[in-house]
Design a protein. Sequence first.
Length: 470
Amino acid sequence: MIKPAFEDVAYQPPAYALRVLEVLEQSGYEAWIVGGWVRDALCGAPCHDVDITTSALWEDCARVLRAAGITVHETGTAHGTVTAVLEGQAVEVTTYRVEGTYSDHRHPDEVHFVRDVREDLARRDFTINAMAYHPEHGLLDPYDGRRDLAAGIIRAVGDPRRRFAEDGLRVLRAVRFACRMGFSIEEETHVALKECAHGLEDIAQERIGQEICGILETGRIGWALHHEPDVICSAIPELTDMLGFDQRSTWHAYDVMEHTIHVCNAVEVFTAGVASLHLRWAALLHDIGKPATLSIDENGFGHFYGHPLLGSIMGKRIMGRMGLPTSLTDRACALVRYHDNPVRPTTRSMRRMLALLEEAAPGHALSLAHEMIILKRADAVSKQPKCAWYAVELDKMDTIIWEERRQGAVVRVSDLAIGGRDVIAELGIGPGPMVGMVLSQLLQAVVDGEVANTREALLTELWRSAQEHE
Ligand code: ATP
Ligand code: MG
């Protein structure tokens, strides 16, 4: 089973990993590099964390590594894992093991340490992740992972139904690896994914959130929604109603899910595949409020009044329960909230949009404004062909936003040329909410282009409005 030469591997294991292998072997144990490093090295991908699997029990492993002067942290000893640190690099070293039954579809009830590395490879999820490498013995590849890697296939190790039933998270991992590597999913594995997708119900939301972020980061969520809708909709059940949802509109060529797939793909095209994570989340969720807001007018046309607001509320709920960072959620949901606001290629319209975005995601208005244009452009080209002209208008808007930036855009009260102290001194009022209200009004006037953002102009406006209120 051991295959010879491995010379064609683009990356050789780093010296610190080889040192761990050497120490374990000199002490009479077996040790192999396993999992992600082997997979990525075989396809020439950049260096990856090194995981080592060994015949040594974790206590023995820790003992011999320490005796060789290597720092060892007991990071997961219940599962046989210790972390060796050398040359400032961490290497996880795990005893050969198999997993017992999974009565909760999440965690194995127990792990058993075993003597043969092949048994350890058998418990791994996909053939491309179930290879072990040793600099002298070569590649150990009992499931033909290398063949699947070359063919671009994600295939479960063993019976896919059983493997997905054991651990529900594997269905999302399958999609994440397929997206990350641009692979397809082998037919039997694909059928099992559909059947077992509901197993995600038992998985912690935080872990689902991490996997969905992992999928979004590949820029291929559109592929995932198209090919594995059951998996993605089980991960985020609120997406389910979008599947096949007829928009009953002359503006739309696609149902809500098809439209969303086009928007996700278009965002990647317009950003050359380096869209931010919050923009990707926004593309995924931008129309999630549509199914619940459909109304049909007297001519039989569909409308979705309030869908951006509902979408942003749903987005906050979804991303919140996944425990994703607030700054990510706020930015994504600000884009969802305002993606359908009418905007025009005028300075005033752009300033209003900037102020709204700043309120929804403080500190991020300027970057979000450019991303809003990208989202709107993606939205426009994913409707009927007759909507595509709007993309040209959006180009003009983007230019205006750049111009605003050049001039030092005013998007929040603290950008004004006067501050709270000036308001207190000039109006002779005490500190309190009134000061904030006055500043907000001044901000509004600057945003609307009624007053210039200079100290002189703002003080004049302050006096003018104070007299008006007397
Ligand atoms: P990544 O680049 O995403 O870290 P990786 O292959 O290193 O990829 P990890 O999640 O770090 O993935 O896991 C390391 C290895 O452990 C995998 O390659 C796989 O062999 C195994 N593995 C991890 N999670 C599971 C799982 N849920 N079920 C079965 N095997 C798993
Ligand atoms: Mg890893």
